[in-house]
Design a protein around this ligand. Structure first.
Ligand code: HPA
Length: 270
């Protein structure tokens, strides 16, 4: 991607605010997962609103700030909340937040989200590592990008090595971690039962409204990426699933202890 002055400016803001050290890992926290950062030490916090090119607005359950500090012995940069396509109609809305990681040595990126499950093996309240995705929205954050670099390969987009480390961390911390293919729906309305049946037929295990454009952007920037879903509900119409935002927020918040345990083991072993 072309050198972008807005990304440079965003990185300069973080450096000026004291985020100038190494980053071992970057983490995006999805809906209701903010409390995962309670244990961050020596934290420096910068609101998204203070950084050029960062998305405005917000969704309840998201703090919308960057926090940098030590977590379980590693230096981490945490995006507390993200912007979604459905807020602005821009699939590249996370371009600057993710692009600025290139100014910090392109650390591995862990994307978390709340997701609906399409399979009985992935129960609400549990965690799953994303193995692959399906994007049939006709949207892509790289539309309008130029040069051959826009033709980003997407085999192993969800980094096999990071996935393996997450599984090891799950085993060593006694955390139940399933896995599955995530299908991106634009939102903000939830899916219909017919759409959920379609997604299942197409091979999806999880559905959600984020992450996919971020993975595409991260791969464009050459950043290694992994995705973890907190399953908040069964997909619409499945086993009584009738998802709504309050449920997403509340179940995700209740499941943070598992995510915290997993991240603690993952970071300690990184
Ligand atoms: N669908 C889409 N997004 C979601 C869901 C869902 O069922 N649950 C949490 N985020």
């Amino acid at each position: 991607m072309a050198i972008d002055p807005v990304i440079d400016e965003a990185a300069a803001t973080l450096i000026a605010r004291g985020i100038d050290g190494p980053i071992d890992c970057a983490i995006v926290l999805g809906t209701g997962l903010g409390r995962t950062v309670d244990e961050l030490q020596d934290a420096v916090t910068v609101p998204f609103a203070d950084i050029a090119g960062f998305p405005e607005g917000g969704v309840s359950g998201h703090a919308r700030q960057i926090s940098y500090g030590s977590l379980y012995g590693k230096k981490v940069l945490i995006f507390e909340g993200r912007a979604h396509y459905y807020e602005s109609g821009d699939p590249a809305v996370m371009r600057v937040p993710l692009g600025l990681l290139t100014a910090f040595g392109s650390p591995p990126l862990i994307l978390t989200n709340a997701a609906g499950s399409l399979t009985p093996g992935l129960r609400p309240g549990s965690l799953a590592v994303i193995t692959d995705h399906i994007n049939l929205n006709g949207l892509n954050p790289l539309i309008g990008d130029t040069g051959d670099g826009r033709f980003v390969p997407m085999v192993d987009a969800y980094d096999p090595h990071l996935r393996m480390r997450l599984k090891k961390a799950a085993a060593s911390s006694g955390t139940n971690l399933g896995e599955g293919v995530y299908m991106w729906f634009s939102g903000p309305s939830f899916e219909t039962p017919a759409e959920i049946r379609m997604a299942k037929l197409l091979g999806a295990d999880l559905v959600g409204m984020s992450t996919v454009p971020e993975v595409i952007l991260a791969r464009r920037f050459g950043i290694r990426v992994a995705g973890i879903s907190i399953i908040t509900n069964m997909g619409a119409g499945l086993h009584g699933g009738a998802p709504h935002h309050g449920e997403t927020r509340d179940v995700a918040a209740m499941a943070t202890s598992g995510l915290r345990r997993l991240l603690r083991a993952f970071l300690s072993e990184l």
